[in-house]
Design a protein around this ligand. Sequence first.
Ligand code: PMP
Length: 303
Amino acid sequence: MKTAFFKGKFVPFKQAKIGIMTHAFNYGTAVFEGIRGYWNKNKKQLYILKMREHFERLERSAISLDIKIKYSLEELDDIAVELARRNGYKEDIYIRPLAYKSEEKIGLGLTGIKDDFCAFVAPFGLYLDISKGIRVCVSSWRRIPLESLPLGAKITGAYVNSSLAKAEAVEKKYDEAILLAPKGTVAEGSGENIFIVKGGKLITPPLTEIILPGITRLTLIELAEEELGLETIERHVNLPELYEADELFLCGTGAQISPVVYVEKHKIADGKVGKITKKLQQIYFSAVKGENLKYLSWLTPVY
Ligand code: PMP
């Protein structure tokens, strides 16, 4: 039976329900993570990718909302592995831990409001097309300014901004939306970071663009340097630079590495998936699926 972790124990998924007065449901006062697990058919193993980094980010996010996670990082690791194991998936999965203001109470604020932790897991294949590339629009919504939310925290309430952008993209028949920072520079996708390839280098917006500090973003900076000898420059990116890129891709836990071949009416280079993007995909997938022994330390086996 499908199992969730809820109120301190593993319970049947259907029992993991919150009341309608829950603070987090009313005010968006929860923080969360998305963690992938990759199924390796040959080894008959499910590998959770960079689990510790995700829980460290969850802890940082929680502090920003005055949520005290009552589990240590080691205990969170154990809960995630146990959750994955109990569900018994033999395919790629997505683990969603949440730390949330669980009190059923009307009234804003954070301090003194009870909190809790829960997690669920679901099978998860492709979120965006990673083979022939996607078409993105530039959202008419801007990222929430730096002054309005804690920097780098993955707060559920803030995802209204991402959902509006994604909804607009879908409505306009694009695969995804790019959001600009309030001052007009490029920030990120609705749920992904963005990279440009230009003149043999990678360029990506800095964290000060109010982007989520992506774990995939850092992973790719490392892999590009280590495996391809490519430097990544973190700097402000203006919108026209996207149109003139040699290659363009979005990255994230869900999106993995999604090549972008159109930004609205602008075709990126020849409109095909770029060579460097393709190489990075190959390197990334061999690492996350546990095929490249060099990166086995990124992975936690479930079985
Ligand atoms: N930006 C946003 C807004 C996101 O929601 C995500 C997904 N967590 C990312 C970037 C990519 O982060 P990561 O690589 O850690 O999944």
